[in-house]
Design a protein around this ligand. Structure first.
Ligand SMILES: [Zn+2]
Length: 310
């Protein structure tokens, strides 16, 4: 036993180290839209032990000296993973980050880019300050791990609601648009007028059930109507494959019918549970994670309708 002891100790140490070696995160699908805009598409999933919260789409815009990265993932680790994906495109460093809204899956990778200038809506800054650690808790609960390196880092510059501002960042012309709170009260969309590309955050999600957790459904419908009037050749949505105007129209129709259905039910004096049973959800059932979100989405819309009719 005495002679065996050093080996056992070594084995214990090795397995300790072993436990910390994690399998790689799911691959990022890099899609080139033109010579200076790329989509980094993440898995169309909810957070799991396997994906460790990697589920978001990001966008890469090449500037003169650096890279503008839109959305940074759910953790420091995912931010690093995205940094590697950027390296497959360019040697330029990430100098600017734009956050499309406060939800953890989009912003908690910010601290993997120390020194980068972070831009978001004003509301995104203030909400992230309050709920950043709550989102880390959600990540830890859903993936069964801790994330000691992940810390919420908020934007230095925030833009007020209603802003539709042309800015020049590192030689790139961008329109920053802060619509009336839609998917969340913290939304910011990024439009590249020369390229006719929209980076929408979760105001647009493709093939995925949207969450109305923090939404204003009526405003959201208005924002989708506005998007419908824009010159757009490609959309990088918050989740799922690239979208076109035809997909926006589908999402708009789905949301309008849904809101109208909930409102009609409310006016008949039905509860949200009863309304859910009489809604035509055929189009919604085609979306991934329908069962996980439908109850919440009917309930949130019901509360919104109730408040509007009070
Ligand atoms: Zn999201």
């Amino acid at each position: 036993m005495k002679r065996l002891f050093p080996y056992l100790l070594l084995l214990a140490l090795v397995s300790e180290v072993w436990a910390e070696v994690l399998p790689p995160l799911p691959q990022t699908q890099v899609v080139k839209l033109n010579d200076h805009v790329y989509a980094l598409l993440g898995p169309l999933e909810l957070p799991t032990a396997e994906n460790r919260g990697y589920m978001v789409n990001s966008a890469v815009i090449l500037g003169e000296k650096g890279v503008i990265l839109v959305d940074t993932g759910f953790s420091h680790e995912i931010g690093e993973h995205l940094k590697q994906a950027v390296k497959t495109i360019t040697n330029k460093p990430v100098t600017h980050i734009i956050n499309t809204h406060d939800h953890g899956d989009h912003v908690l990778g910010n601290n993997a880019f120390p020194g980068a200038t972070i831009i978001s809506s004003e509301q995104c800054k203030s909400v992230m300050e309050k709920t950043g650690y709550e989102w880390i808790g959600i990540l830890e609960q859903t993936t069964g791990r801790t994330y000691p390196n992940t810390k919420p880092v908020v934007a230095g510059k925030g833009y007020a609601p209603g802003v539709h501002k042309q800015v020049m960042i590192d030689g790139v012309n961008l329109t920053l648009w802060v619509p009336p709170g839609s998917h969340t009260a913290t939304d910011m969309l990024v439009y590249l007028p020369q390229d006719r590309i929209l980076i929408s955050g979760d105001v647009l999600e493709n093939q995925l059930m949207p969450s109305f957790r923090d939404a204003n459904v009526k405003n959201w419908i208005g924002t989708l109507q506005k998007i419908g009037t824009m010159q757009i050749s490609n959309i990088i949505p918050g989740h799922g494959p690239l979208m076109q105007q035809a997909d926006v129209k589908q999402m708009l129709n789905r949301m309008q019918t849904f809101y109208a259905g909930v409102e009609a039910g409310y006016k008949q004096g039905l509860t949200d549970g009863e309304i859910r049973k009489q809604l035509d959800l055929t189009e919604w059932k085609k979306l991934k994670y329908f069962d996980e979100f439908i109850g919440l989405d009917v309930n949130r819309t019901y509360l919104e309708v109730e408040a509007a009719n009070f």
